[in-house]
Every structure is written in structure tokens, then in C-alpha cells.
Design a binder for this molecule. Structure first.
Ligand SMILES: Cc1cc2nc3c(=O)[nH]c(=O)nc-3n(C[C@H](O)[C@H](O)[C@H](O)COP(=O)(O)O)c2cc1C
Length: 302
């Protein structure tokens, strides 16, 4: 009998497959569909102090099963997201609220969430905070000072020195989420030619299966350089994808694009496929495979 339940940062997840922040959790209906679809916890769409104004269209199909998008954070005022957070809490699922971006913004939002929402975990996105380590650490430090709940830092794939970022940030955060979407990228309609997205020249961020190997490398580097849990995200569409993330050190996984492409049942389907894979290979829990790749290549590290 395979058990999938995991307790990470003191929070128990019945399934290791969570939502990732994105349009898959944009509304209360989306969130309820994700819960019915078997998500083990809900990471909400990133909120910031003022609503985003995204150019249309915000999302299109890209090459190789990818999606490309120019969506930023939530277009709702913060108070409009509170009923979504409450709906998740009423359903009894772990609530991870995603916030961004600058120190003064996460300070305001962190205090508000602790006072009015009591999320299980706060995830903060570093997507628009730059590529250097020091401004990212500043955000981590200030959020650590103002909230008592566990905090997860979400890493963008453009960070060059993942290992030193992870080492430095692990003093302040309780976990890492890797990765956000990749870019900026460009694709367009070759016949016209015309942009696919409403951004300035059609540029956007890529997600889905083509970014999975980048996410695996970053999860691996984050896992080997510090002791806090890592949550893997990027291109997961089947159980075996998630197993690869566990083997490179992930404790949980998240899905965004897979749910946009295939519907909210994907969270439960991937969870079931993880269970089947473990059973077929004679394992009884995720613990049995977690870090297996890290251990397999240990002798190659200097
Ligand atoms: C349309 C779209 C909107 C997104 N919005 C957010 C967001 O608000 N905050 C965030 O941290 N990540 C956001 N992401 C990134 C996803 O959470 C995820 O990290 C990334 O897409 C890789 O996972 P996937 O391949 O399963 O989509 C967004 C992704 C997409 C496709």
C-alpha cells in the first residue's frame, strides 16, 4: 500500500500535487474545480498591492506543447481575492497565498494576510525583482520579519547563481518553489506575420513540458545547496514527471500549464500516476525515491 500524504513545513498535504499560481486558480470556480480535481493544496494566483493590467491576449499555445503568456499578477484588487482564500480554508485544504514583489509590497500584504486570512504558508514570487541575489534576499528578510507563518521563495529560471541564492535565502525562508515560467520568449504567426500576444512586440513567458529539464536542474541545485524543502514546478503533466522532481530533491510538486491544457482533473490524475509508479517499482512512499538522483550522482560532485 502506497501512502502519498506528506507533512512539509508543519502542514499536512493529502496529495503531493498542488496547484501553481496562474489562471488555473484565478477565480473561486477555478479553485473549487482544482479541489474537486484532487489538488493536495492550493497555491493562489499572485496578488500585489495594486491590480495588474495585462495586455490581451495574455496566453496562447506555443511550440512543443508549451504555453506562452504575458500575464503578470492578479487583475483583482486584494480585497476581491479574500473570498477565494476563505473558500479554500472552508474546504479544509492547505492554503498557500502567493504574493509579490518589492519589500514594501510584501510587508503590507504579509501583515494583512496574517491578520485577516491566516494562510498555512505564504509563497513570494521573485519574478520581477531582478536576477541578482541581494535584492531577493532583501525581500526574504523583510517578509520573515513581518510574518510568523512559513514562507516559500519562488525562484525564476533567470537566476544565474541558484546555489548561492538558495544558500543565502535558506536562513530566512522555510522552502523554495522552482521554477517560474521561462523568458522572455517570442513566437508569432508566420503567415501574416503577427504577434500571438498583446505585449509590446508579442514577447512572453514560456511554460509547460519544454521547461521541465530547466526546472529539474534548478530543483537539483536548490536541493543540494541547503536543507529546506523544495517544491518542483515546470512542465509536469504525468506521474513520471513528478517522480523525476522527487528524485532531484522535491518534496511536493505544483502544476499550472497542465491544468490549463487538460483541465483540473490533472491534479488527481498525476497523483494517482505517482502512486501507481511507486507501487509498480516496489516503493511504499515518496520518501523511498526522494533524492534518488542526487544520491546517484553524489560521487561526481567535487
Ligand atoms: C498564464 C500564466 C500565468 C502565471 N501567473 C503566475 C503568477 O501569478 N505567479 C507566479 O508565481 N507564477 C505564475 N505563473 C507561473 C506558474 O505558476 C509556473 O511556475 C510555471 O508556469 C511553470 O509551471 P507549468 O509548466 O506547470 O505551468 C503563471 C504561468 C502561466 C502559464
Amino acid at each position: 500500500m502506497v501512502g502519498l500524504a506528506r507533512t512539509i513545513c508543519g502542514v499536512t498535504f493529502k496529495s503531493p500535487v498542488l496547484t501553481a499560481a496562474g489562471p488555473n486558480v484565478a477565480t473561486k470556480d477555478h479553485v473549487l474545480a482544482a479541489i474537486s480535481g484532487g489538488a493536495g493544496g492550493i497555491v493562489t494566483k499572485t496578488i500585489s498591492v495594486s491590480p495588474a493590467q495585462d495586455p490581451r491576449p495574455t496566453i496562447r499555445k506555443g511550440p512543443l506543447g508549451s504555453l506562452i503568456n504575458c500575464e503578470t499578477w492578479s487583475e483583482k484588487p486584494v480585497e476581491d481575492s479574500l473570498p477565494i482564500f476563505n473558500a479554500i480554508k472552508e474546504k479544509g485544504l492547505p492554503l498557500i497565498v502567493s504574493i509579490g514583489y518589492k519589500p514594501q509590497e510584501v510587508t503590507f500584504l504579509g501583515k494583512l494576510l496574517e491578520r485577516d486570512v491566516h494562510p498555512d504558508i505564504i509563497e513570494f514570487s521573485t519574478h520581477y525583482v531582478g536576477h541578482e541575489i541581494s535584492p531577493l534576499i532583501d525581500v526574504a528578510k523583510i517578509l520573515r520579519d513581518v510574518v510568523s507563518v512559513p514562507i516559500w521563495m519562488k525562484i525564476s529560471p533567470n537566476i544565474l547563481d541558484v546555489q548561492n541564492l538558495a544558500k543565502a535565502a535558506s536562513q530566512f525562508v522555510d522552502g523554495f518553489v522552482a521554477i517560474n515560467s521561462l523568458g522572455p520568449v517570442l513566437d508569432f504567426d508566420v503567415e501574416k506575420p503577427s504577434p500571438l500576444l498583446g505585449s509590446t512586440f508579442g514577447q512572453g513567458w514560456m511554460s509547460g513540458p519544454p521547461i521541465l529539464p530547466i526546472a529539474l536542474r534548478i530543483v537539483y541545485e536548490t536541493s543540494i545547496s541547503q536543507p529546506k524543502p523544495v517544491i518542483g514546478v515546470g512542465g509536469i503533466e504525468k506521474g513520471e514527471d513528478a517522480i523525476k522532481f522527487f528524485m532531484t530533491g522535491a518534496s511536493l510538486v505544483q502544476i499550472c500549464s497542465g491544468a490549463l491544457k487538460k483541465g483540473s482533473a490533472i491534479y488527481g490524475t498525476v497523483s494517482q500516476e505517482i502512486e501507481e509508479w511507486l507501487e509498480k517499482h516496489g516503493y511504499s512512499s515518496i520518501d523511498d525515491v526522494q533524492n534518488k538522483y542526487i544520491d546517484a550522482v553524489k560521487h561526481l560532485r567535487h
